[in-house]
Write a protein that binds this ligand. Sequence first.
Ligand code: DQA
Length: 146
Amino acid sequence: MRLLLINGPNLNLLGSREPSIYGSETLDAIENRVKKKAEREGVSLESFQSNSEGALVDRIHMALGKVDGLLINAGAYTHTSVALRDALLSTAIPYVELHLSNTFAREDFRQKSLLADCAIGVVSGFGGMSYELAFDGMMEYLQALK
Ligand code: DQA
């Protein structure tokens, strides 16, 4: 089983970025925790972060045929990016959308996602733990396909 964890814009600043909303854990620390969990379950998990929409689209394309599932926190692009939605649908790799914060409890513009309706599921509001919950959800989904 091969999974790819994708993080979008500004998530490289986790730890110092608006800690009252996103917590004080760095992206590295979160990624390492999920990678350890994946290792324990015998799953290969790679991670990628970019602030650039095009680089995220390119990384999703590169995953075609190489990855069984995607875990994606697209950050602000969640709410705006038709290009990311199209990239995800073009590869048809199953994905879980995830967010640290509960986007439904925030500004109106965050309550719309261009990715959610085609996702296996959405995890939102559990801080760093959203990543592990998204991983668990993806594993359940992929194991049920076997
Ligand atoms: C976020 C929520 C988005 O609305 C925001 O633009 C982010 C982070 C989250 O993880 O809570 O960058 O995806």
